[in-house]
Design a protein around this ligand. Structure first.
Ligand code: BES
Ligand code: MN
Ligand code: ZN
Length: 494
């Protein structure tokens, strides 16, 4: 898809769609006045009839505008001017782009709303417009024989002042949008298409494209690395496990290294603690953490950020085969700690225990893990908020600040020591589940045992990484949540 910044007057360019934004309860901006005059007042007439209010996400189409070089105009409601944020801008334009992308070969001329640069910072609105256009055009129904979404042929962005800043922002927006799309695509792939081997191969291909160093660990190598917990989860499956490690060294020798660790359960049947059909139907998405790590590290590398990042993706399928791990089984994890299994559906923490321990052994300075880890976190925070847990408040605050900047909602949950008491075992160092209550925190307390004293944040993305239904500004399926936040965090760490 081609994006360009143009200095020409948006009213003089031939295009399928002229896209203009309008704020609620505000006078027409200068460019809107100009457009209205050219349209002989039809914009103000539509407004007087209250068919155009500027409410966030409202779309008004003027389909017959012979006075213009554009074929049609779409007016996007931006909400109240003083409430404009990156989030509201995204919602408004995603709603519009989703609509426009249903037709093939469309060209767009976007009049970047006046006041957006001053409200959001020069470049930020361009970056986000390009980002969400890239996301809105990519379809989620990847196995459907009927295509319902098409890339735009050409997108011209008009009305920006600082060309260089905005050209950089445009390129960054494209990289971010593509990274989000990569994560979404992997989450959407069905479990007989995307499994540990094929995920690892895809990661290797993506890494090779951008000269990222990496290593893929197969079953034997994982055994050599003593990844007993990860391997136990994998035992019930016919599909062998993998671990992908990607290294990006943009910060040089003396810069600190951030470890990004992702849960990559390509299908979670629950194992012998079998899920119900209703609980299992979305479990192809249980590799969302690993897909987020892959999306983020490829974007960080493409943006050439001056940081060092190691991405570790633990890839297994949790099944019920004859060799499956059992209730009462005791595993020896990579760290040496023994774990008694009380529920084979609490498998993500076992995969992460070994992947985190591996990252710690690589001498990372800070750690983030991402996992679709607990239903309890979805119960606590709903489908749109990521749960955060930490052993280091400062590092968690940095993550929260980065998330806020890119409008991804994160809420910190408790880590009181007494939750860990629930994990005591009669036969081993710990067991893999606690009681019914506080399940998101006991999962986090379980993980904490494997990060030593490395500053660490655990992000439970069970709710937000996969949308069960579509809304005006978001497609159902994989969302790519936290890709932008991780990239922002890496940028802030430079
Ligand atoms: N992958 C699930 C968590 C999950 C649930 C993700 C719903 C997305 C939506 C995880 O492996 C799991 O099964 N967790 C159990 C833990 C329990 C057995 C302690 C859960 O949340 O029920
Ligand atoms: Mn599970
Ligand atoms: Zn799981």
């Amino acid at each position: 898809m081609k994006f360009e910044i143009s200095n020409n007057s948006p009213l003089e360019i031939e295009t399928n769609w002229l896209v203009v934004g309008i704020f609620e309860e505000a006078e027409f901006s200068e460019s809107l006045q100009e457009l209205d005059e050219k349209l002989e007042g039809s914009l103000s007439r539509v407004q007087e009839r209250k068919d155009l209010t500027g409410k966030l996400g409202e779309l008004t189409i003027l389909a017959d505008v012979p006075q213009l070089s554009a074929e049609r105009v779409i007016v996007v409601g931006l909400g109240k001017h003083d409430k404009l944020t990156i989030g509201s801008l995204s919602k408004a334009y995603t709603t519009a782009f989703r609509h426009l992308a249903t037709k093939e070969n469309q060209s767009l001329v976007i009049m970047v709303p006046e006041g957006a640069s001053s409200a959001l910072g020069e470049g930020h609105s361009i970056e986000r417009l390009v980002d969400v256009a890239t996301v809105a055009c990519s379809r989620q129904n990847i196995y459907s024989t009927e295509q319902d979404r098409y890339e735009f042929e050409n997108v011209l962005l008009c009305g920006v002042s600082d060309f260089e800043v905005n050209q950089n922002a445009l390129e960054k927006g494209l990289i971010l949008g593509e990274a989000v799309n990569l994560t979404r695509e992997l989450v959407n792939r069905h479990p007989d298409d995307l499994y540990p081997e094929t995920f690892a191969q895809r990661a290797a291909d993506e890494a090779a494209d951008i000269h990222l160093q990496g290593e893929i660990f197969d079953q034997d190598m994982l055994e050599d690395e003593k990844m007993g917990a990860l391997l136990a989860v994998s035992r019930g499956s016919d599909r062998p496990p993998r671990m992908v490690v990607l290294k990006y060294n943009g910060g040089g020798k003396n810069a600190p290294t951030i470890g990004l660790v992702g849960k990559g359960v390509t299908f979670d049947s629950g194992g012998l603690s079998l899920k119900t059909s209703a609980g299992m139907i979305t479990m192809k998405s249980d590799m969302g953490g690993a897909a987020t790590v892959l999306g983020a590290i490829t974007a960080i590398a493409k943006l050439k950020l001056k940081v060092n990042v190691i991405g570790v993706m633990g890839l297994v399928e949790n099944m019920t085969g004859g060799s499956a791990y059992k209730l009462g089984s005791v595993l020896t994890s990579r760290s040496g700690k023994t774990i008694e299994i009380h529920n084979t559906d609490a498998e993500g923490r076992l995969v992460l225990a070994d992947a985190l321990a591996y990252a710690v052994d690589q001498k990372v300075d800070k750690l983030i893990d991402l996992a679709t880890l607990t239903g309890a976190c979805v119960v606590a925070l709903g489908e749109d908020i990521v749960g955060a847990f930490t052993n280091d408040q400062e590092w968690c605050d940095e993550l929260k600040t980065a998330s806020q900047k890119v409008n991804e909602e994160v809420w910190q949950l408790p880590m009181h020591d007494f939750f860990a008491e629930q994990l005591k075992s009669e036969f081993a160092d710990c067991k893999n589940i606690g009681s019914r209550w506080g399940g998101a925190t006991t999962a986090a307390k379980f993980l904490e045992q494997f990060v030593d004293d490395v500053p660490w944040v655990h992000l439970d993305i069970a709710g937000p990484s996969y949308a069960e239904s579509s809304s005006a500004h978001r497609d159902s399926g994989g969302t790519g949540v936290m890709v932008r936040a991780l990239v922002q965090l890496a940028a802030d760490s430079c």
